[in-house]
Write a protein that binds this ligand. Sequence first.
Ligand code: F6P
Length: 341
Amino acid sequence: MKIAVLTGGGDCAGLNAVIRAVVKRAEDGGDTVIGIRRGWAGLLDLDTVELHYDEIDETIRMGGTILKTSRKNPYKIKDGPEKVAENLHKMGVDGLIAIGGDDTLGVANKLWKDKGIKVVGVPKTIDNDLSGTDVTFGFYSAVEEAMRMIDNIYSTGKSHDRVMVVEVMGRHAGWIALVAGIASGAHLILTPEKPFKIGDVIEFVKKRHGSGKTPTVIVIAEGTPIEGKVIAEGAKVDEFGHVRMRGVGKYLAERIEEATEFEVRDVVLGHVIRGGSPNAFDRFLCTRLGVAAVDCLRSGKYGVMVALRGMDIVPIPLEEAVGKLKTVPEELLELTEIFKG
Ligand code: F6P
């Protein structure tokens, strides 16, 4: 069997660990693996590389993706899906492993449905907002980094008696803000699932910080709307219709500083927590996912995503994973109330 593998969307820790596991499992069974560079873009212009385990076995510890990635959407290009199908055929590929989040796997699902492309998806995103799997790889590596950085922010904030506002990624869901915030003992956690009023935040800060309890650390997800509006950097959208988010933390910090006598600083932990090495949880999960993806192709299970369910890796229809984002449920959001203050 000839297997193609690609990584699409934003990178994260663990992508190389999946690629490595795919190649190992494939080679051990006599199959070959072609790496597609730059996600769907590399399938449109045939940018490929043969992958061999002895050349990539050290990449388990490497952040990012050796195949590079892009936010290219073949459905935004005239005859894009046809071109993808034609190129896979030209290369003699029997099955495709697409590693990505909702955008990449959404395309994979359509290609399976429209063109019968034999595809298996592997769930990735630091945002952890993909349905169908208990967790996406990359998420726990990112929150571990975020937790350590918020610990650092706490200590400098304490020295200066400041209010520290920390913006983290999470355009639709507040998973990173929630887990990193709880793990680092943040005093206020704000997420897209629970819109807030600036006035309430200011009151909260006045009460806590004003009583001498310092620092006050606020963690906010980038996609948290303020008075119904999401703060983006420019109006430009990518091929999946997403604006570039940034600035909600700064905006909030400015409003707090205006309305109080406290010193406020804001920090954006965007790409610094997305890059870098995977933690043990992600290295192990990615290895299992890569092996399971090859096994799906071998057993003729297509149009599926390998998902973590409890302790098991199970194939589920791609259909179940895409289209409906997994936001933080009410019972977990309650933690932000319990530990507020
Ligand atoms: O991969 C998802 C994500 O991490 C979002 O949380 C964030 O808004 C976006 O990527 C940023 O992407 P880029 O690196 O393309 O600006």
